[in-house]
Design a protein around this ligand. Structure first.
Ligand code: C2E
Ligand code: MG
Ligand code: MG
Length: 245
């Protein structure tokens, strides 16, 4: 972190009908000189255990807000670890970052997983409500893994539900997987939550998910995570995202 080696990649999130970019997810990257890349799946847990996640998370949040303020309209979604989220000063940190970077609160979304709620439901509720009042979006990430509790969806003011790739992957092969996804989207709809499908890799998945009422798509079919500069070019081209862009 101190050596400035970390960077942030951005993966487009497309509108399910127009296929235009509605937003991007910021994903931390650690490129190395020898062309070996450490993936976040490996180093995020280490950062969490060692207490470095707050610095790492703050770097990604600042960088993503600064960058998004340069782009027109689109939202930027930032992953937040439980440790960061439960820090008493978290909402203020977000507020200060927005002020400093000039990004409108409505253009920031924070992605949390259910793990953080389990031990600290009351505190989590206070923080989510606070972010909600600030007009910052809160998305429940990786839905379909872990707890996937209907109770949590009803109790907490989430704006969005992100269907995990593991749920999306099987919908073309297993009728039961498709019914589960359809049911999840219907449930989200009843609760007023927008649904994003993660890990969309296939054009047939797009047709099925759109029919089921999914609003936004994210996946390699549209684009892998790319540099901020490449996002800028995509936005300038203003074209719908073609398959395998
Ligand atoms: P996530 O938040 O669920 O992010 C989506 C992950 O799925 C990303 O992996 C993305 O590259 C990958 N992905 C997107 N579309 C596809 C697809 O079509 N096929 C496949 N096979 N994969 C796809 P990535 O960048 O390796 O990140 C992994 C996880 O690490 C993230 O999962 C998130 O939980 C965590 N992470 C990444 N950046 C940050 C960060 O800045 N802070 C925190 N706390 N966690 C982060
Ligand atoms: Mg995420
Ligand atoms: Mg996810």
């Amino acid at each position: 972190i101190d050596m400035g080696r970390l960077t942030v990649g951005y993966q487009p999130i497309a509108d399910s009908r127009s296929r235009r970019i509605r937003g991007v997810e910021a994903l931390v990257r650690w490129p190395r000189d020898d062309r070996i890349h450490y993936t976040p799946d490996v180093f995020i847990p280490v950062a969490e255990e060692s207490g470095l996640i707050e610095d790492l998370g703050y770097f990604v949040l600042s960088e993503a807000c600064k960058q998004a303020a340069q782009w027109p309209d689109i939202f930027v979604s930032v992953n937040v670890s439980p440790v960061q989220f439960m820090n008493p000063g978290f909402a203020e940190l977000v507020e200060r970052t927005l002020t400093r970077t000039g990004l409108q609160a409505t253009r920031l979304e924070l992605e949390v997983t259910e793990g953080f709620i389990i031990d600290n439901a009351d505190r989590a509720n206070v923080i989510i409500n606070r972010l909600h009042d600030m007009k910052v979006g809160v998305a429940l990430d990786d839905f379909g893994t872990g707890f996937s509790s209907i109770g949590h969806l009803r109790r907490f003011k989430f704006d969005k539900l992100k269907l995990d790739r593991s749920m999306v992957t099987d919908i073309l092969r297993q009728p039961s997987a498709l019914r589960l996804v359809q049911g999840t989207i219907a449930m989200a709809d009843a609760l007023g939550l927008m649904v994003v499908a993660e890990g969309v890799e296939d054009e047939n998945q797009v047709s099925v998910l759109r029919l089921a009422g999914c609003s936004q798509f994210q996946g390699f079919l549209f684009s892998r995570p790319v540099s901020a500069q490449e996002i800028g070019s995509m936005l300038t081209a203003a074209a719908p995202l073609a398959a395998s862009a």
